[in-house]
Design a protein around this ligand. Structure first.
Ligand code: AMP
Length: 123
């Protein structure tokens, strides 16, 4: 599976995105199809295709994604009320872009559990 996704082009600034945070290893930008009043994607600058590809040598980047989430929560004022951070994996998880990313959703009180909105009825 190629790791060259639309997110690689956003990292290299070949295509535009509404970038709200950048540091050495992570980038955050607004989701083009927001599912909450605030919906950002937080990605590592190095492509890791799925959660299944996280290992001992790249796992520090996953921690950095959460550090960025905490910074954004503070910056945009969601830290106290709360927010949701989700990483989808492969087809059943709803992953469509194969470069790991945290969805950061905020600005509304969300329901739980999420599987109430499953795509298909399970037999
Ligand atoms: P997932 O389905 O978990 O892989 O999430 C991929 C997300 O990327 C979706 O929420 C899309 O709306 C979002 N997305 C796809 N292309 C872009 C883009 N060019 N800029 C911002 N968000 C995007």
């Amino acid at each position: 599976m190629s790791n060259d996704t639309i997110f690689s082009k956003i990292i290299s600034k070949q295509i535009p995105a509404d970038i709200i945070y950048e540091d050495e290893n992570t980038l955050a930008f607004k989701d083009i199809n927001p599912q909450a009043p605030f919906h950002a994607l937080i990605i590592p600058k190095i492509a890791i295709a799925t959660i299944n590809d996280i290992n001992a040598s790249n796992s520090h980047l996953v921690g950095e994604l959460y550090v960025t989430a905490a910074k954004l929560a503070k910056q945009f004022g969601f830290a106290q009320d709360g927010y949701r951070v989700v990483m989808n994996c492969n087809e059943h998880g709803g992953q469509t872009v194969y470069h790991i990313h945290l969805h950061m959703l905020a600005g509304i009180e969300m329901g739980w559990p999420p599987y109430q909105n499953t795509k298909k009825e399970q037999s």
